[in-house]
Unconditional design. Structure first.
Length: 235
């Protein structure tokens, strides 16, 4: 089975949509992929994800809209102020050991009930996988029915990091701090069943930008921070 996670194209956050460049990125995705490439299609209910999905699927198949795929943005408390739970500065990340195995029980993640929301999201992912024959069993999946289907999820970087963390058995905070999937990036996981009846998922492509290169578009900077501190890019 193949799982494809596509981050929405460049966002226009204030207006809850895509930027002009974002719509071009989504159009480029639609030239690289189409509805026939996917057996089942899921999308976040947020407009920036849905517009990206629509540019690819073009009403040719049903898009299953899911609230649980909305951005993982439940706020946490950090030194007296609120912030999203996947954007900690490096010093804070290291000092508070947010890469430990028990990271969900650490402050500040406890302050935002992140474990509760995390468990809800991964439970929904596992329901989808079980429907297609893969039932979570410890840290792997029991193969109830073999499948070579391809399922796509149009979503957001934060929620995508949660889904990836569950598949790879890693803290999602590690993924959000050491990986960056740029807008419209395509990430792929493929199941492997080296022992009959036991499967796990391996990433074989992360934040692929082939569609942008083919369209002659530069990747967006959204989601990144300054490469050097003296630059004018966001800190």
């Amino acid at each position: 089975m193949k799982l494809v996670f596509i981050r929405h194209a460049e966002p226009d956050y204030p207006n809850n949509t895509l930027t002009e460049k974002g719509f071009k990125e989504a159009e480029a995705l639609g030239k690289m992929y189409s509805a026939k490439d996917f057996d089942e299609i899921y999308s976040s209910t947020m407009p920036r994800a849905y517009y990206t999905a629509q540019a690819v699927i073009k009403d040719e198949k049903e898009i299953i809209m899911c609230d649980w795929l909305r951005e993982f943005g439940h706020n946490v408390n950090v030194d007296g102020h609120e912030q999203i739970p996947w954007d900690f500065k490096p010093d804070y990340f290291i000092k508070h050991n947010l890469s430990s195995e028990s990271y969900l029980d650490l402050e500040p993640l406890k302050s935002g009930e992140i474990k509760k929301y995390y468990d809800e999201v991964i439970s929904e992912l596992d329901k989808v996988l079980k429907k297609h024959g893969y039932e979570r069993d410890g840290k792997n999946y029991k193969v109830i029915k073999e499948s070579k289907e391809t399922i796509v999820f149009f979503c957001h970087f934060g929620i995508m990091s949660v889904l990836m963390s569950h598949l790879m058995n890693l803290p999602f905070t590690v993924i959000t701090h050491y990986f960056v999937c740029l807008p419209s990036g395509v990430t792929t996981f493929v199941s492997e069943e080296r022992e009959q009846g036991i499967a796990y998922f391996r990433m074989n492509g992360f934040s692929d930008m082939s569609h942008l290169r083919k369209a002659g578009l530069e990747p967006s900077f959204a989601g990144r921070f300054c490469e050097v501190y003296s630059s004018e890019d966001r800190h």
